[in-house]
Design a protein around this ligand. Structure first.
Ligand SMILES: [Zn+2]
Ligand SMILES: [Zn+2]
Length: 186
């Protein structure tokens, strides 16, 4: 699957995701992972994942659909949604990823919290960018990191996200380089 011809990271917006969000995400994913990025809509909606009892969307089936709809030249796929996501063991998630797999997803809705008392879009935007890198990092086999400033640190709330830097720590960087090398000799 991860042959040498697959060399693109696809960013797939679902719903009303604006270019002022997609542009910084695309350039930051390129900076961290080194692959070219392309914005391409892969799913029209994720209604199939809606659970009326919770009024939320179950992210795991969305990942499966994304992986199936990914074009052959996609090495990874990141979906961006503006609806609330969950996995059964948690009340909500900012996102979910297939560890070492192809697909991941990030929701903007919870990361938006706190924006009302901010005069700028910037904290909101940088949270989404950080969580997009975080989830994509999982698809490159990166696990959670204990370093609070590392992008792979697990965040329980928005202030945890704000505390993270825009970098992977040295340890996670090495693991990412190793994983990319491993994928490329396959
Ligand atoms: Zn995580
Ligand atoms: Zn780290």
């Amino acid at each position: 699957m991860n042959s040498k011809s697959a060399n693109k990271i696809i960013i797939s917006p679902i719903g009303d995701i604006t270019p002022d969000l997609l542009v910084p995400i695309a350039s930051e994913l390129n900076r961290i992972f080194g692959y070219p990025t392309e914005v391409l809509s892969l799913l029209d909606d994720i209604d199939f994942a809606f659970q009326p009892g919770r009024n939320q969307y179950h992210s795991t089936p969305v990942l499966e659909q994304l992986a199936l709809s990914a074009p052959a030249d996609a090495i990874k796929v990141l979906a961006l949604v503006e609806v609330d996501l969950f996995i059964p063991i948690l009340t909500h998630v900012y996102g979910e990823a297939q560890l070492g797999g192809k697909a991941c997803i990030v929701s903007t809705i919870r990361l938006n919290e706190g924006r009302s008392y901010q005069n700028t879009q910037e904290p909101f935007q940088s949270r989404i960018v950080k969580e997009a890198i975080h989830e994509l990092g999982h698809t490159f086999n990166l696990r959670h990191c204990r370093e609070h400033t590392c992008l792979m640190h697990y965040c329980r709330d928005e202030s945890d996200v704000d505390r993270k830097s825009d970098q992977l720590c040295r340890y996670c960087k090495v693991l990412l380089e190793d994983e990319i090398k491993r994928m490329e000799v396959k």
